[in-house]
Design a protein around this ligand. Structure first.
Ligand SMILES: NC(=O)c1ccc[n+]([C@@H]2O[C@H](COP(=O)([O-])OP(=O)(O)OC[C@H]3O[C@@H](n4cnc5c(N)ncnc54)[C@H](OP(=O)(O)O)[C@@H]3O)[C@@H](O)[C@H]2O)c1
Length: 315
């Protein structure tokens, strides 16, 4: 990474004028800040949220700062394969052909206290954080404009350092622990997916690159939307770290923004904050945990995802 990127901020985002971006989870937290900064630089943003009301609320908040922003609301529930397909069909009808410059898979949910199943019968974190984004990426991939500078970004988590993928327990059907196992496994799946997508697209000769990022510890709705306001061991640790090792959502969005637009970012790269234990700070290239680098696990996970979603993805 060049000297120039040492204290990279959103001010350094190049013009996004003429670029169309799809960001999931942009009505809240890191996704909202990502959308705000890309809109500020002139991108047209498709902003699918779980309801039209949530998407429009985010659009109104962005327009308060950037009245001329080009923002399109849509509905997408990543925990429902039917909803992912519906959104993709809507998108294809609205924007046929190669029409996306940047796809940011940001939406996620964390540490749901008790194992929950989605309408499709999948464990909710695995479904929302991985299977939904896998299906969405597969269905939108034909719309990626195959040109240099265009990207797919996958938002992972630093918890992947401690995560394991257990193919006998992908849906946490045999053992469920909200954070250390189910959430961690779903985010490791994201990292495995990012690298496998990078390898497959590079092999196919695509000029589109794949990057991933994690925000460190950013104060957003994530800490309460899944786990609620109770006091689990994870919530106690989070409360202890909060005063000195956390950052706001705007700073948490910087690694994602860097991964999405910085000219220095290369396919397969992973970005996170540069501070203590990658919890806060400016974006920097960070090591990819070894569990995410296993190509055999990545291929196997890809096949599992194709089987579970019923979508064949051949970039
Ligand atoms: N904050 C951190 O410290 C941290 C650390 C590591 C990784 N991350 C990752 O960063 C990403 C963004 O999280 P955040 O911190 O910004 O949390 P957030 O404020 O809770 O935002 C999460 C977004 O995901 C959306 N979402 C949740 N379930 C969804 C579903 N089934 N379908 C579609 N959208 C759904 C949420 O929509 P609703 O508003 O409808 O719930 C919200 O827009 C996540 O992938 C998370 O795993 C965050």
């Amino acid at each position: 990474m060049s000297e120039q990127t040492k204290q990279w901020t959103a001010n350094l985002i190049p013009s996004q004028s003429g670029r169309r971006v799809v960001i999931t989870g942009a009505n809240s937290g890191i996704g909202f800040e990502t959308a705000l900064e890309l809109a500020r630089k002139g991108a047209e943003i498709i902003l699918p949220a779980r309801s039209l009301a949530k998407a429009n609320d985010a659009i109104n908040r962005i327009r308060k700062e950037i009245p001329s922003a080009s923002l399109v609301p849509a509905v997408l529930d990543l925990a429902s394969q039917a909803s992912v397909r519906e959104f993709a069909s809507w998108f294809s009808a609205q924007y046929p052909g190669p029409s996306i410059d940047l796809l940011i898979n940001n939406a996620g949910v964390m540490a749901i206290p008790k194992r929950e199943l989605t309408v499709d019968g999948f464990e909710r974190q695995f479904a929302t954080n991985f299977l939904g984004p896998f299906a969405l990426t597969a269905l939108l991939y034909p719309h990626m404009r195959q040109q240099q500078g265009n990207r797919i970004v996958i938002v992972s988590s630093s918890i992947t350092k401690f995560a394991k993928i257990d193919f006998a327990n992908l849906q946490s059907e045999h053992r469920y622990s909200p954070m250390a196992q189910a959430y961690a496994q779903s985010k490791l799946a994201d990292s495995l997916f990012a690298l496998e997508l990078h390898r497959r697209m590079a092999k196919a000769g695509s000029p589109v690159i794949v990057t991933s990022a994690h925000p460190g510890y950013a104060i957003t709705n994530l800490q309460t939307s899944g786990p609620g306001t109770g006091l689990s061991p994870f919530q106690i640790v989070a409360a202890i770290l909060k005063p000195f090792a956390s950052q706001d959502a705007a700073h948490g969005a910087l690694p994602t923004l860097f991964a999405a637009v910085a000219p220095q970012a290369a396919s397969g790269d992973y970005y996170g904050p540069d501070g203590f234990s990658e919890l806060k700070g400016y974006p920097k290239l960070v090591p990819i945990p070894s569990a995410a680098q296993d190509p055999k696990d990545a291929e196997r996970l890809w096949r599992e995802a194709e089987t579970l979603t019923g979508i064949t993805f051949r970039p």
